[in-house]
Design a protein around this ligand. Structure first.
Ligand SMILES: *Cc1c(COP(=O)(O)O)cnc(C)c1O
Length: 393
């Protein structure tokens, strides 16, 4: 179907734009010899896993379910996992499916090390270089004081490093390669003596490699440094960069109201369908719109839920908005469908793919059952229950 015919609300992943990102990442892999895996927590739309597998080395997971998703949908590629702590009732399955198991502490390492070694899998240790390179987003800073992520230099136990083949750090969020360079110096200063005893190092995610202004040459220098000086295999595990600017959320205007400002109510919700708009927070791009004051018709765009703050932002337009108008938000492939909720009984947006030839294909639609099934045990299927009550009456 055509883009204009998609149901709303609908997330649309643009295959051509994902592939464009993958080619940039693959070029980096080829030039440097680094390995890149997809951080599934940002983007797990597995219809595109076969495409991603053509360009990247595999995936990384935040735990059992993402690891299993990769095992099922991208089999044969590398399957990495990191969790702040693993559950005893999940570790065996994780070890059976994953190749790289990264621990957050020496106590977790001691607890599970032998299981991993017996299965001949790689053990990694997450370190905390205590080097904050971002301002403003404390909730996205794993180096913030009191952070639970990674072993700090003060807590490092060299005598327990037996069996560990790699170090992992993840300290960035939407950053350029200057932040990585700064971090690498901190890593070398604090953990340098152990680097040459390792086989690999994982730079984590948060590298906005596919953003237009990203300095790839500096990233290559960072990768080469770790390869040449310490003989390490370098891994990167970006999430955002894989599907950055490669998706949309298509919505419709349901009503317009006035309260000192013109307000449009959309068939979507910031809190349910684009939670990072409120959590980060940020103002998502909207095709055909301008900043406040840029175009003549200004609207505050809000969602269908009861939350007063369920507001996407203020946008200006060339024409007044009317009921049924379709609005297309940009950069909606990442941290959108993986984070959405059915708060207020909101329906989940459909998921579609825009193929390279421009055709669109809906791959998943959601309904009432998807809302209900998460809230309690369902004794009788809904259809039968409706029938049963109508017979009783
Ligand atoms: C979130 C995360 C990533 C991916 O981060 P992006 O910002 O999406 O690139 C990679 N590794 C770890 C450990 C993470 O927590």
């Amino acid at each position: 179907m055509k883009f204009e015919q998609l149901p709303t609300p609908c997330y649309v992943v643009d295959e051509g734009l994902v592939e464009k990102n993958l080619k940039i990442l693959n070029g980096l892999m080829k030039r440097t010899g680094c390995k890149i895996v997809l951080a599934q927590k940002a983007f797990s739309m597995f219809t595109l896993y076969p495409l991603i597998a053509q360009y990247l080395d595999g995936t990384t997971a935040s735990g059992l379910y993402e690891a299993r998703l990769a095992h099922e949908e991208m089999s044969g590629k590398e399957n990495h996992v990191f969790s702040p702590a693993y559950r005893e009732d999940e570790i065996d399955e994780i070890v059976s499916m994953c190749d790289h198991i990264i621990f957050n502490s020496f106590s977790q390492l001691e607890k599970y090390k032998n299981k991993v070694l017996r299965a001949s899998k790689h053990i990694g240790l997450r370190i905390n270089p205590e080097c904050s390179t971002q301002e403003g987003h404390a909730i996205y800073d794993p180096c913030a004081p009191g952070s639970r992520f990674g072993v700090t230099m003060a807590n490092f136990r060299p005598e327990l490093m037996d069996g560990v083949s790699g170090l992992h750090f993840h300290t960035h969020c939407q950053q350029n390669s200057d932040a990585l360079e700064t971090t690498l110096y901190a890593v070398i200063e604090k953990f340098g003596p152990w680097l040459s005893q390792m086989e690999w190092i994982n730079f984590g995610g948060g590298h906005h490699i596919t953003r237009e202004d990203y300095d790839i040459a500096r990233l290559e220098k960072c990768i080469n440094l770790m390869q040449d000086k310490y003989g390490l295999q370098v891994y990167l595990e970006p999430g955002e960069a894989v599907a950055l600017n490669a998706g949309y959320l298509v919505t419709s205007v349901l009503d317009t109201v006035q309260n000192g400002i013109d307000i449009a109510i959309l068939d979507t919700s910031a809190t349910c369908h684009m939670p990072d708009v409120l959590e980060m927070p940020y103002r998502p791009p909207l095709f055909g719109s301008g900043e406040v004051g840029e175009k003549p018709y200004l609207y505050r765009l809000g969602g269908q839920t009861c939350l007063a703050g369920d507001v996407i932002g203020d946008y200006s337009f060339d024409h007044p908005l009317t009921c049924g108008d379709r609005l297309v938000f940009g950069d909606m492939a990442i941290y959108s469908m993986v984070k959405n909720t059915t708060f207020n009984g909101m329906a989940l947006p459909a998921i579609a793919i825009k193929e390279k030839n421009g055709d669109c294909r809906v791959v998943r639609e959601f309904g009432y059952e998807d809302f209900k099934m998460r809230l309690a045990h369902q004794t009788i299927p809904t259809q039968k229950r409706v029938l049963a009550t109508s017979i009783q009456n």
